[in-house]
Design a protein around this ligand. Structure first.
Ligand code: HEC
Ligand code: HEC
Length: 221
C-alpha cells in the first residue's frame, strides 16, 4: 500500500509540474500550426499513404538487337559499360555456354561491330596465393607479412597465360548489366566528370597503363 501511495503521489507531483510548465509557455491565443510537409510530398507514391491503388514501377529492358548500334554513355570514367542490347536467350551465362564471347572476343568483335573485350579482362591481377608449411601466406612464392598491403609482392599484374580471358571475367553479367529503360521511380541527377574526352564511350585501361602508379613485384624486379 505504502509503495502504491508513493507512486501515486509521485505521479500527481509530476503532472502538476508538467501542467505548471505548460501554462507558463502557452501563448495567450492558441495557434494552429499547419504541417508544411505533407505525406504526399514525402512518399515516392505521390499520393497518400492510405491509397493502395498503385501501379508498380515497370521495369523495361532494351529490346534493340545486338548490332543496331545503340550504346549507353558510361556512368563515369572506366565504369563497366551497361549492355545496350537485348539479352534474351544470352543469359544466364553457363560453364561452356557464354554467347557474349562469340561477338565480343577481340578477334571477332570488329567483324560483329561489337566493342572488343578490353586488355584488363586478359590480365591476372592476383598473385598465386598459397599457405606455407608454417601457416604463413605466400604470394608468388614470397612470404607476405601484411596481406592487405597493396604494395610489392601483394599485387601482381600480368597478362594471362596464352592470352586467355581471365577466369574472373568469364561471368560478364556479374559486372555488366542490361539497362532498365522504364520510367525511374527516382530520377538520377548524377553527372559524370570524365577524366578523358572520350570517357563516355571508351575506357582508358589499356596495356601498360594498368601498371602505372602501382608498385608491384614485377615492376620492382
Ligand atoms: C550477336 C552478337 C552479340 C552478342 C551475342 C552479345 N553482344 Fe554485346 N554487343 C554487340 C554489339 C554489336 C554491340 C555494340 C552496340 C550494338 O550495336 O548493339 C554490343 C555492345 C555491348 C556492350 C556495350 C559496349 C560499349 O562500348 O558501350 C556491352 C557491355 C555488351 N555488349 C555486353 C554483352 C554481354 C555481357 C553479352 C552476353 C550476355 C553480349 N554483349 C552478347 C554484340 C553482341
Ligand atoms: C569483374 C567485373 C567485370 C567482368 C566479370 C567483366 N567485365 Fe567487362 N568491364 C569491366 C570494367 C570495370 C570495365 C571498364 C574498365 C576496363 O576497360 O577494364 C569493362 C569494360 C568492358 C568493355 C568496354 C571496353 C572498352 O574498350 O571500352 C567491354 C566490351 C566489356 N567489358 C565486355 C565484357 C564481357 C563480354 C565480359 C564477359 C566475358 C566482361 N566484360 C566481364 C568489368 C567487368
Amino acid at each position: 500500500m505504502k509503495v502504491i501511495n508513493k507512486i501515486t503521489l509521485g505521479l500527481v507531483a509530476a503532472t502538476l509540474l508538467l501542467v505548471g510548465c505548460g501554462s507558463d509557455t502557452t501563448p495567450a491565443k492558441q495557434e494552429v500550426v499547419k504541417p508544411t510537409i505533407t505525406a504526399e510530398s514525402l512518399s515516392l507514391r505521390k499520393s497518400t499513404l492510405n491509397n493502395e491503388d498503385l501501379k508498380p514501377h515497370g521495369t523495361k529492358y532494351s529490346d534493340t538487337y545486338a548490332g543496331s548500334g545503340h550504346k549507353i554513355k558510361r556512368a563515369f570514367q572506366d565504369a563497366p559499360p551497361m549492355i545496350p542490347h537485348d539479352v534474351t536467350g544470352l543469359i544466364p551465362i553457363k560453364i561452356g555456354d557464354n554467347q557474349c564471347l562469340g561477338c565480343h572476343m577481340p578477334e571477332v568483335a570488329s567483324a560483329m561491330g561489337a566493342t572488343p573485350i578490353p586488355a584488363s579482362h586478359f590480365t591476372d591481377f592476383r598473385p598465386a596465393t598459397t599457405i606455407g608449411k608454417d601457416g604463413s601466406v605466400e604470394k608468388d612464392g614470397h612470404k607476405i607479412k601484411n596481406t592487405s598491403s597493396e604494395k610489392l609482392m601483394n599485387v601482381s599484374i600480368k597478362a594471362t597465360e596464352g592470352g586467355k580471358l581471365y577466369g574472373g571475367r568469364y561471368n560478364c553479367t556479374q559486372c555488366h548489366a542490361p539497362q532498365d529503360t522504364g520510367v525511374l521511380a527516382v530520377p538520377n541527377n548524377f553527372e559524370a566528370d570524365y577524366t578523358h574526352a572520350d570517357g563516355a564511350s571508351k575506357s582508358t585501361w589499356e596495356g601498360t597503363k594498368l601498371m602505372e602508379g602501382i608498385n608491384t613485384y614485377e615492376s620492382s624486379k
